[in-house]
Design a protein. Sequence first.
Length: 290
Amino acid sequence: MAATPVADEGDERNPRQGTRQLGRHAYEERMPDSVARLLAEEDDGNSLTGVMPKLAQLLEHRKDLDVAYVCTDAAVQVYKLKDEGAHFCGYRNMQMLCLALGRPQNESLRIQQRDVDLRQKLLVPQLQVLVEKAWDAGINAHSREQTGGIIGTRKHVGTSEAEAVLLSLGIECTGSVFRGKAAYLQVLDAVESYFSASPTLIPEAKVHKTSRSPIFFQRPRHSMTIVGIERLRDGSRKLLVFDPAWRPPGAMRGETVVGRGWKARLVLREYEKGERYLTKWKGFEILSVD
């Protein structure tokens, strides 16, 4: 698995990454106490449940939709805290992956037996410890040399660290790297294949509510969580994502969401990343739960 971000390869002669890969705090030894305290005292105020059924409802009323696939209803939308800065998106996406695996809709013996309780949101400091413990166990240990260690810092993390956490918890997952001009098409193909292979599909459905977990999605300098994909009647496709850099629209916080009209279209647009957006980059990574 390549280091993050995907557009930047490390120098074999000097594997230590810098600000281009790890952000402006690449050489930080300790984050400010105010930020550390904010992360340590985090509660569920920046988490929103029940988003997936509402997204499915919005999709059902989209007139130009051919077919859509969405992940498990267990998915939780997590977003950054007001004063944390733009440094922890990778951790927010790890939180979303783990919460989706630990919630009741995804109950299984293999999840319930873990030492880490995935039913509770793992805080950033906890995730940093899990990453470094995974390195200690030899899982993606190259990242330690590349980052210089991450505990207590604001260094950016991505796919390699997310994979390390899942594998250390015994959760089987698959990472894929896409590069070149056609990378955006390869990502769309891989995501559609992943969700459309769910065993819970209803053949005649327009919107398929699958049992699949969300996907960790890395593009250069940012990561998100993929929760579905749309294919429109004109053949174009759009990813559905939870972007931790943005708060959910207010319409998603009520018990119901307006399913039709321009207001519904504006809400859905906040979750979409289409081909025009994706063609801005020539490299991506995804990490999916097997």
